[in-house]
Design a protein around this ligand. Structure first.
Ligand SMILES: *[C@@H]1O[C@H](CO)[C@@H](O)[C@H](O)[C@H]1NC(C)=O
Ligand SMILES: *[C@@H]1O[C@H](CO)[C@@H](O)[C@H](O)[C@H]1NC(C)=O
Length: 513
């Protein structure tokens, strides 16, 4: 199982072996870390329990790195930790929050440049145990800090830097999912160790992996939209950001090309991917283009899923729903920035994709009624399942695509939260929940329980999910000791429950503001 919270760990060997020249090229902040000497690799640090332990049932450890090894600090974040944990009933839950909420800042800000000029800010946010930045993960890793940008200018600059760095990645290789440290950071690129043949080609010093996933691009838009919602500002919409947006629009247009033209001839596909592998989920069928897709559905292909597994049918419904919402939010931000022509184009595209999801992505199930399919091909075939990774069907209301009370969503939720309805609903002796083919059929993911809690208004259901999420920390059988996205989702869930259902987690007498 992905160990959610105990995780953390600070990472990064700011290695002993760095030369003086290498250190000097880095940001002042990174230089100071490096000169302090090597902090333990958080991937290892996180596998060991560190004191002090809680007085709770599970005696959970304190897994934040030592202060001098934290990569980025924020007073506003420390304030939230103190206020939240002071009033929580369960000391184990409080400890998990304390470990998880700052995890992105503590351990994953591998490079950050602050500057008086917003457009010069940069932030490289690694996923955790792999020294590369995923577009999707980094957006999710920062999302719990958005409410604090008005209180902490440093944090605001960090997020502005992340928006710029993501835009730079998309300007260089819009089809790719994970990226190397920017050259200016002086950090060395690493290899993913795979033999991939990918078109369009890319520079391996820029790209860590080039699986085309529609939700990576939606995550880029989402980071800007979250910033706009939190600040009411449109200063992130720079000339460079607009060029990146145009790359996204161009990619969407390329990825709506069906396999066959109306006369039956085969159409050229811009993106192809094959890998030398024994796993079907790591390469694409039909010599790298994926299984056939019908024309004129309004839907956009996604070669891979947010788990980085190959899609079976490339009209991936959660990714299309996510993109539809983020395009419409982007249109609102563009309007606020007086970019009305571009806003109109982006809004129309978002609405088209939204209509495509309702027309092709909703199917009649023999037991559960009308439900959202996970993937469709536009010919009428579909895949019924859900995967723990976000975006998922379970998360559709959190993405802003549909209300939790919508009938189709309610039917879908019932289906994907049952082992009879969802082949990847995995039941174990210690833990049950949605998993996915990425890790295999023996491990459910805590992320799915957290999303289930955030999409529920049932007190008993939320309580038991939170309990299970805390309880799973005890297990010895997990797959990743340092996974900042999962840690962030735990923190986001606790903040969500604090707002919607404070009585479930706080002491009754001293209610949290
Ligand atoms: C898709 O629709 C357009 C416009 O109606 C049409 O020209 C084109 O032939 C259609 N494509 C296919 C493959 O049917
Ligand atoms: C919490 O989870 C544990 C382990 O699954 C279980 O034994 C316990 O009864 C649960 N407590 C509550 C309040 O649900």
């Amino acid at each position: 199982m992905v160990l959610l919270g105990s995780t953390l760990v600070l990472g990064i060997l700011w290695s002993n072996s760095a030369s003086a020249a290498e250190i000097n090229r880095r940001s002042p902040q990174a230089q100071s870390y490096m000169r302090r000497g090597a902090c333990p690799d958080y991937k290892d640090y996180a596998t060991v329990r560190h004191p002090p332990y809680t007085t709770g049932t599970y005696q959970l450890p304190f897994q934040r790195p030592a202060q001098e090894c934290r990569l980025f600090t924020s007073d506003a974040v420390e304030d939230v930790i103190s206020t939240m944990t002071a009033n929580m009933v369960d000391p184990d839950m409080a400890r998990l929050f304390e470990n998880c909420f700052p995890n992105t800042l503590d351990t994953t800000v591998r490079w950050h440049v602050d500057s008086d000029k917003q457009e010069e800010r940069q932030s490289f946010i690694v996923t955790g145990d792999i020294n590369a930045q995923w577009l999707r993960d980094s957006t999710n890793q920062l999302s719990q800090y958005m409410v604090l940008v008005g209180k902490d200018a440093k944090l605001k600059a960090l997020i502005e830097g992340a928006i710029n760095t993501q835009a730079d990645f998309i300007l260089q290789s819009p089809y790719c999912n994970a990226f190397q440290p920017p050259k200016a950071s002086g950090l060395a690129p690493t290899s993913n160790g795979q033999a991939d043949t990918v078109h369009p080609t890319y520079d391996p010093d820029v790209v860590f992996e080039c699986k085309y996933e529609l939700d990576s691009l939606a995550s880029f838009l989402s980071l800007g939209n979250q910033y706009h919602a939190a600040t009411q500002s449109t200063t992130h919409i720079t000339a460079r950001w607009i060029l990146a947006l145009k790359n996204v629009l161009n990619l969407i247009s390329e990825q709506r090309t069906s396999t066959f033209a109306a006369d039956g001839s085969i159409q050229n596909q811009v993106y192809t991917f094959t890998r030398t592998t024994t796993r079907g989920t790591e390469t694409l069928n039909l010599d790298g283009i994926g299984n056939p897709l019908a024309a004129n559905t309004s839907l956009v292909r996604s070669a891979f899923r947010p788990s980085d597994d190959a899609a079976i049918m490339q009209y991936f419904i959660p990714g299309n729903a996510f993109m539809a919402v983020e395009l419409q939010r982007t249109a609102a931000a563009l309007t606020a920035a007086s970019q009305s022509d571009l806003a109109a184009e982006v809004l129309a595209l978002g609405k088209e994709i939204e209509a495509g999801v309702w027309k092709y992505g909703v199917v009649q199930h023999p037991v559960f009624g009308k439900v959202f399919a996970y993937e469709v091909d536009g010919y009428g075939s579909n895949i019924i399942m859900d995967d723990a990774n976000l975006p998922s069907l379970l998360a559709l209301p959190l993405l802003g695509f549909v209300d939790v009370d919508n009938e189709v969503y309610k039917n879908t939720r019932k289906m994907i939260l049952s082992p009879q309805g969802n082949p990847y609903y995995l039941v174990g002796s210690k833990f049950s929940g949605i998993g996915g083919p990425h890790i295999g059929i023996t491990h459910a993911w805590p992320i799915s329980l957290l999303v289930q809690a955030m999409t529920s208004s049932d007190d008993a259901e939320i309580k038991s999910l939170l309990n299970a999420s805390v309880n799973v920390q005890r297990t010895e059988d997990y797959t990743r000791s340092w996974f900042a996205w999962a840690n962030s989702v735990f923190a986001q869930t606790i903040l969500d429950i604090a707002k919607r259902k404070p009585d479930l987690i706080f002491k009754k007498t001293e209610k949290k503001a």
